[in-house]
Design a protein around this ligand. Structure first.
Ligand SMILES: [Zn+2]
Length: 107
């Protein structure tokens, strides 16, 4: 049926965020990857009238990939607080799920 996707369990294991979904699958997000995909306007830039997005260049430090706290937002998203103070990224469950399906290409 049309059960809304949501995490049953979220935990930080080592350098990864592990999410157990209510459809029985699990996703693992390296914290660095998670931070690099921060969906907030500061990180991703905002589209101009032509839909062109100018990506701001961000400086990351080790603290940027250090997860300090993870909050649930309104029952539809996770909002991580990073050790460098950044906490404006709201990762909806479907966004997270999308991140997990795109496998990092092998270097
Ligand atoms: Zn951000």
């Amino acid at each position: 049926m049309n059960t809304r996707l949501s995490p049953l369990h979220v935990a930080v294991i080592g350098e990864e965020l592990a999410v157990a979904w209510n459809d029985g699958t699990e996703s693992f997000f390296p914290l660095e990857e998670l931070r690099r995909h921060c969906p907030c306007a500061v990180c991703q830039g905002e589209a101009d009238v032509l839909g062109e997005v100018e990506r701001p260049t961000r400086q990351f430090s080790a603290e940027s990939f250090n997860l300090r706290q993870l909050m649930t937002v309104g029952g539809y998203a996770l909002q991580p607080q990073w050790a460098d103070g950044h906490a404006t990224g709201i990762y909806s469950f479907s966004y997270l799920r999308g991140l997990s399906s795109h496998k990092p290409s092998a270097a």
